[in-house]
Ligand binder design. Sequence first.
Ligand code: MG
Length: 161
Amino acid sequence: MTLSGIGYDVHRFATDRPLILGGVEIPHTHGLDGHSDADVLVHAIADAVLGAIGERDIGFHFPNTDESIRGISSLEILSKAAALVRAQGGRVLNIDATLIAEAPKIMPHVAAMRANIAAAIGLPVARIGVKATTNERMGFVGRSEGIAALAVASVELPEPA
Ligand code: MG
């Protein structure tokens, strides 16, 4: 059977942090604050994958109180989410995601992001969608206080016995 999951995440901008989106370090005036590398795009995708298979969320599996995962690459979190799909005998079919940010420009980095996400899940790049939009200068994203991300995941799982 085919199941779908949704993910949403937001991180606020901070100085003296690198900006990591889709596993790509992007030169920018600010990075994102967070316990891990604060990769808001990959967090939304991991939550979508976990949601599709009924495995709660990344806060449950990777609590920000766990010092052993401070600063870890969020692609590692995504790989573990994909491993949970395989543990249920399933596979991820596709991912589609949207970054919402006023700046920096995302498009020059989309190919590298898709490659990183595809590798973390074990999927062809063609099954990974990464899109970007601004928030038309409205709200907290519009004021460049942070970056938001949305994602959906489709997953195939064996029929329940
Ligand atoms: Mg997050």
